[in-house]
Design a protein around this ligand. Sequence first.
Ligand code: NAD
Length: 323
Amino acid sequence: MPSPSSSLPRVAWIGLGIMGLPMASNLLKAGYEVTGHTLEQAGLDRLAAVGGTPAASVAAAVRGADVVVTMLPASPEVEAVAHGEHGVLAHAAPGTLFVDMSSVTPRTSVELAEAAARKGIRVLDAPVSGGEAGAVEGVLSIMAGGERADFERALPLFRALGTTVVLCGPHGAGQTVKAANQLIVAANIQACAEAVIFLEKSGVDLEAALDVLGGGLAGSAVLSRKRHNFLSRHYPPGFRIDLHHKDMGIVTDAARAVGAAVPVGALVASLVAAARAQGDGGLDHSALLRGVERLSGIERAHGAEQPAGAQQPPASGAGRARR
Ligand code: NAD
């Protein structure tokens, strides 16, 4: 049922982190009523500050909602929030549309859709690309999987969050496309990082080089959006290396399952894992540059660019995410 004060559906939003909070804020700006839940009190406070309603639990957030959106780190968190006596499936009304916008394994999306169908709840997987800036600016790419009628029901909401919105196929197809996206982005960051160190060691003016590279075939969203990080050697997340490690696990597993060779993907997955093992998991993925520095014999104070607490991998490790 739509909200009594507007014709727009009432939204429950679970997961108000780097991506979830600005996305929920954009729904509020577009006139949606948003009730949200997340683990950190600061996230609940920020939702209230932009006009949303904080909820103390998943169950309280989804009560009375027409659409439930999750924006959580990985498969284990999505499964924990969806299932069980306190989960979305136990508390959302039949007919609710459950849109998981987290990046998870395609299998998680398929299994979630099957479990939800038994309760009369509709599901879409709808992971995104565009990073924190894309979330803040409302210009994300949204790659959906599921049934067309459900996609069309979610389309007005998606239009408040992104500019490129595509139904890619059945349940899990959005996640498969997102996995391909993460392969392309990681390989692109690694190539840019290698070029930066090559240029610097060669004595070329780095800013001038990046200007001209950005205008030719080497130009990319990665090069323009991460340029400042490369130049400043400052890597506030952004998109954490921990999360990209999870995504490289998803793409290499999914590719092996269908017999697709991804040799560059496998190599970059190993470099992302090495960055994490060196304590860089909490940094933005542009910090792959630090790995190239280490391999090239460039010494920097270990952890100099780390945000507080970034040395410890989060509980949502990639091992558990790789289901
Ligand atoms: P994040 O760690 O900043 O936020 C995740 C949020 O989930 C946290 O606020 C946490 O409190 C919440 N959460 C975890 N478990 C919960 C639970 N049981 N109940 C309620 N809330 C819970 O992560 P993020 O960077 O916002 O990424 C979210 C998803 O989007 C990930 O799957 C990531 O791969 C994907 N993604 C991120 C970016 C990016 O640039 N950060 C870009 C595209 C896609």
